[in-house]
Design a protein around this ligand. Structure first.
Ligand code: MSP
Length: 510
């Protein structure tokens, strides 16, 4: 076994968006965070030194207004909500290495350094702004962006604002951004999102304001403390401040540039246009990649307090179990497309993929080995008919994780589960006499299960550890390495098989 540090040829840094503290963690937040978690767990299996960042976005008018509404000071308000996110991620088994809050001193130091670098480079200048603003988006719109006079995202009226602000000269960066994307054509996944970004840049970029004077909940500009930093400039910087920009250069250089920013499709403009331009201005390399997800809708709508369709992920794990929920979230929707959460869909997928396919395979194997092999596992055959199915599943699973298509990666892994169930159905070991033929069939099935445990562990780590132990494998499944540990023939045989309780009892729709 290779420990991560021995095989740390390179690191893998991934981030989720930082979530606004005006809402409690909901299914939409959990979606991006769970997909990100599975992705980084896969990269740990690949032996990479992973750094996984999440956190909370705590400044700006939207948070100030939310705090005012409940009669709290904004800091006190943020302090009351941020732990709800940290706790939810613990309960969802999220393996983040850090959690950044934008009200932390390390963040403030880095934001001010970034602003100063852009300012010193001549890209931030004082100007007058007059235009349209949506507070829930914390974003400016042009007349053309509006849908029936309303914000295109929130479908609510925008505000006319007039301010003297500092502006970031985004208009200077159009050509440089286009060139950068031409040189890095695979940096945005799924690839169809790239066209959207290029189209937006080609329309012509407008400068954007990076400061505010009308309220005070934010980070002061280092050269003019009458102004506070625009919340998106502040928020985007979290990806570098958390790893040490402005406070710890060694750590910053170790992790940057990020491999993937996981984001929702609604914040692509900020991440794929504003952010690389800000970085270029400050002399910092742009991100290596962006993985853009769709929305998980509920009844065809984005979750929101106003429509009253907010789904709490913690209620769902109480109901279907942690890994039942994680599996559903990752497997149900191809990353990039919108998904629609339904309770029927959750139960249906649980029953078909987890109870029937996976749970059934484990219970059949454990039952037959218990009855006909005295509970002692036979070894697999080197020339098993399942070896090809396993090799194909491994190759396809690896390729789909590399494209950041976790649902397809799981589909590929489940092909091996299906092939193994078919292998049992063809050989009917439950009818066969004990002996070498039966041993061979069961050894093959156990080896396939061992490989499945490793391949599916990023999505459903706890369950896969349990199966790993039940089939008598020592240590942690998370310490295995891809591809070395998933080549056919690694199952030793001779271990005692523990049948245990059903892992995924079938569920009825109640
Ligand atoms: N604070 C900003 C992000 C700053 S990142 C530098 C923000 N926060 S948010 O909490 O409103 O949303 C964060 C992310 O959650 C966005 O990517 C958004 O797409 C995602 N989701 C919020 N609701 C969602 C769904 N219903 N479905 C899937 N993701 C959605 O924007």
């Amino acid at each position: 076994m290779v420990s991560p540090s021995e095989n740390s040829s390179h690191g893998f840094y991934a981030s989720t968006p930082i979530y606004y503290v005006n809402a409690k963690p909901h299914l939409g937040h959990a979606y991006t965070t769970i997909v990100g978690d599975a992705l980084v767990r896969w990269h740990r299996l690949m032996g990479e030194q992973v750094h996984f960042l999440t956190g909370t976005d705590e400044h700006g008018l939207k948070i100030q207004q939310a705090a005012d509404a409940v009669g709290m000071a904004p800091q006190e308000f943020a302090d009351s909500i941020a732990p709800l996110f940290a706790d939810a991620w613990k309960k969802l088994n999220i393996s983040n290495d850090d959690f950044i809050r934008t009200t932390e001193p390390r963040h403030r130091a880095g934001v001010q350094k970034l602003l100063q670098a852009c300012y010193d480079n001549g890209d931030i200048e004082l100007d007058k702004y007059s235009g349209l603003y949506c507070v829930p988006c914390e974003a400016y719109f042009t007349e053309d962006d509006l849908v029936e006079g309303n914000c295109p995202i929130h479908k609510k009226p925008v505000e006319h604002v007039e301010e003297e602000n500092y502006f970031f000269r985004l208009s200077r960066y159009g050509d440089r951004l286009l060139q950068w994307y031409a040189d890095h054509p695979s940096s945005i996944v799924p690839d169809y999102r790239m066209n959207e970004v290029i189209g937006f840049i080609k329309q012509g970029l407008l400068d954007f304001s990076v400061s505010r004077t009308s309220f005070s909940w934010g980070i002061p500009l280092p050269w003019d403390d009458k102004h506070i930093t625009y919340v998106w400039f502040d928020a985007l910087a979290n990806y570098i401040t958390a790893i040490g920009y402005g406070t710890d250069d060694v750590n910053f250089n170790k992790h940057w540039p990020v491999d993937y920013h996981l984001i929702g499709k609604d914040i692509i403009r900020f991440h794929c246009v504003y952010w690389p331009a800000m970085l270029m201005s400050a002399g910092i390399e742009p991100p290596k990649g962006w993985a853009v997800g769709g929305w998980l809708l509920v009844g065809g709508e984005k979750m929101s307090k106003t429509t009253g369709n907010v789904v709490n992920p913690l209620d769902l794990i109480d109901d279907i179990g942690l890994d039942g929920f994680r599996y559903y979230v990752i497997a149900e929707t191809p990353y990039g497309a919108d998904g629609d959460f339904t309770y029927e869909g959750l139960i249906g997928r649980y029953n078909s993929d987890l109870a029937n396919n996976l749970g059934n395979l484990l219970s059949r194997v454990a039952t037959v080995v218990g009855k006909k092999c005295n509970g002692i596992a036979p070894a697999p055959r080197a020339d098993s008919p399942l070896a090809t199915a396993a090799a194909e599943a491994v190759a396809e699973t690896m390729a789909r994780w590399a494209d950041v298509q976790p649902s397809r990666a799981l589909e590929a892994t489940w092909q091996l589960i299906r092939a193994t169930n078919a292998h049992l159905e063809n050989n009917e070991p439950w009818k066969a006499e004990p002996g070498p033929d039966l041993d061979a069939v069961m050894g093959d099935a156990l080896e396939a299960l061992r490989i499945v445990c490793i391949l599916a562990s990023p999505a459903i780590p706890d369950t896969m550890q349990t199966i790993w132990e039940r089939i008598g494998m020592p240590g942690q499944v998370s310490d295995q390495r891809v591809p070395t540990s998933v080549t056919w023939g690694g199952y030793p045989g001779g271990a005692t098989i523990d049948k245990g309780e059903p892992l995924f009892p079938r569920r009825k729709l109640d």
